[in-house]
Design a protein around this ligand. Structure first.
Ligand code: SF4
Ligand code: SF4
Length: 494
């Protein structure tokens, strides 16, 4: 890499971490075929050093810029480019690199090493051969396991109709077995279990027991296992935290603000605020044991102006952050107070992005910056109907954790659960079939937003998200942060 900038420089991130939140983002669901390029080796960061043109078999002569590529200047020296058809994040190039890409406004043959990188990132395509997308089964089957219906908090936006009921050992074990049966039948490479509720840590004994069974089945079937406990973080015992770490089970903690801001959105049943309890858990139990939970922040009209403060609190502690929008549901209290309002959301999020810019963590953080918008290309916003199963505490099945009341019993003889799921009311439409999304430059990152949210707002499943304007306004800003992060990681910040 030439740091003098007299030669083009090309930077791109190829590995993005997923942040845990309530939903299920599908992985590897969308394949991209960039014909006629036949690379024998995937892109690597030292591509320019090891470049070998003979490794590529090109069957066409001239190439053009890919339409709907996102372009922005990130500072005086660098531009950011992102094709809808990349499998990776955005690319950062120097002026010289940008000028070379601009030259392909007219069809040209590939000559320089950089041209091949542009092709590989979907920024160019053969004049007579568009880049193709193909749908493939995601690699990970994800399951929400509702271990208890009880919770010690009373959050106004919660979608769980609470009770003291909890999942029995027998139901839990039957659930884990049916998840692995479904995974093996459909050829999933990984299973991801989310222990949720209610407050999952109130039934920690069951979590531990189900983990043991899941690990045993994963080993037997040669399936990868990832697990996460979703928690309000109010009372996590040190022994339980250490158990999580020892068994490689992740933790996600909800935190909506600092002090009163958090307290008004996440009070105890009696109305008392819960912030100082969560703070104590993180500072006195988790961090001293080197446990870094994913922090999920739910953004409503009430806390929109204060997101920057809580983001700073997290970044100071090097905690991964995921910013998620409130979704109205039938159980929402004080609906009007919480309803998202575009101006305050955008301004609050931009203030939070400024905090990211100041701290600029070197590990990838793009996937946590904007609700369900994810870097890995995908055609469906979440895994509903394809790679996601939600189990109630009674072991019944439903399509989404926000639809717990709308569950169906699993017939005794039925062990493959995906066909049952697909009979539910939620339609998870391909982004290419959503009105308003088909030509959007961000379509394979946003996928048109949460299906339930869109249906609630519009009565249709096949149209763009009601938050489209927010996504289109904020995603370029989020991408710019990724561009700046790449420059920092490669020692190119001025
Ligand atoms: S909802 Fe808007 S930003 Fe998202 S894919 Fe559709 S048009 Fe693009
Ligand atoms: S339907 Fe919406 S809330 Fe449910 S899993 Fe999908 S994105 Fe999440």
């Amino acid at each position: 890499m030439n740091k003098e900038l007299d030669e083009p420089i090309f930077l791109v991130e190829t590995a993005f971490s997923q942040f845990d939140n309530d939903c299920a983002c599908p992985d590897k669901g969308l394949g991209l075929t960039i014909e006629p390029l036949k690379p024998e080796s995937a892109y690597s960061s030292n591509f320019l050093v090891n470049f070998d043109k003979s490794k590529y078999s090109l069957r066409e002569d001239v190439f053009c810029q890919t339409k709907q590529t996102h372009v922005q200047k990130i500072n005086e020296k660098f531009y950011l480019l992102m094709s809808p058809y990349t499998s990776n994040g955005p690319c950062v190039v120097t002026h010289k690199g940008f000028d070379r890409w601009k030259a392909f406004e007219e069809p040209l043959p590939l000559e320089k090493e950089l041209d091949f990188l542009f092709l590989e990132q979907g920024l160019l395509h053969a004049k007579n051969n568009k880049i193709k997308t193909n749908r493939q089964t995601p690699e990970t089957l994800e399951a929400w396991i509702h271990v208890t219906n009880a919770c010690n908090l009373d959050c106004p936006y919660c979608y769980v109709r609470k009770s003291s009921a909890r999942m029995s050992v027998e139901t839990g074990e039957r659930t884990i077995e049916s998840i692995f049966h479904t995974a093996t039948k459909h050829g999933f490479k990984n299973v991801k279990l989310k222990y949720a509720g209610g407050e999952a840590t109130l039934h920690f004994a069951l979590v531990k027991r189900l983990h043991n069974l899941a690990q045993q089945l994963a080993d037997t079937h040669g399936i990868g296992l990832r697990e996460v406990v979703l928690s309000n973080g109010v009372r996590i015992k040190e022994d339980d935290a250490i158990w999580l770490k020892q068994h490689d089970v992740k933790l996600m903690v909800s935190l909506d603000g600092i002090g009163e801001v958090h307290d008004q959105q996440r009070p105890f049943l009696g109305g008392q605020g819960s912030f100082r309890f969560v703070e104590k858990t993180i500072d006195e139990v988790l961090l001293p044991n080197e446990i870094f939970p994913d922090i999920t922040i739910t953004i409503t009209a009430l806390n929109a102006w204060h997101i920057a403060e809580v983001v700073e609190w997290c970044l100071k502690r090097e905690l991964p952050v995921s910013l998620n929008f409130f979704r109205e549901n039938l159980l929402t209290k004080n609906r009007q107070e919480l309803e998202l309002e575009e101006k305050s959301i955008i301004e609050g999020m931009l203030a939070a992005y400024d905090v990211f810019k100041r701290y600029l963590p070197e590990r990838p953080f793009l996937n946590g910056l904007l609700d369900r918008v994810q870097t890995e290309p995908h055609a469906h916003t979440c895994g509903v109907n394809f790679s996601y199963l939600v189990f109630t505490h009674e072991g019944h099945l439903t399509q989404c954790q926000m639809h717990l009341d709308d569950h169906f019993e699993i017939p005794a003889e039925q062990r493959d659960l995906l066909p049952i799921m697909q009979q539910g009311p939620i339609q998870n439409v391909d982004v290419e079939e959503k009105e308003g999304c088909k030509t959007c430059e961000f379509r394979y990152r946003c996928s048109g937003g949460c299906p339930l949210e869109t249906f609630r707002a519009t009565g249709r499943w096949d149209v763009k998200s009601p938050h489209c304007y927010i996504y289109k306004t904020l995603y370029p800003e989020a991408l710019k942060l990724e561009g700046l992060r790449l420059l920092k990681v490669h020692g190119l910040m001025t």
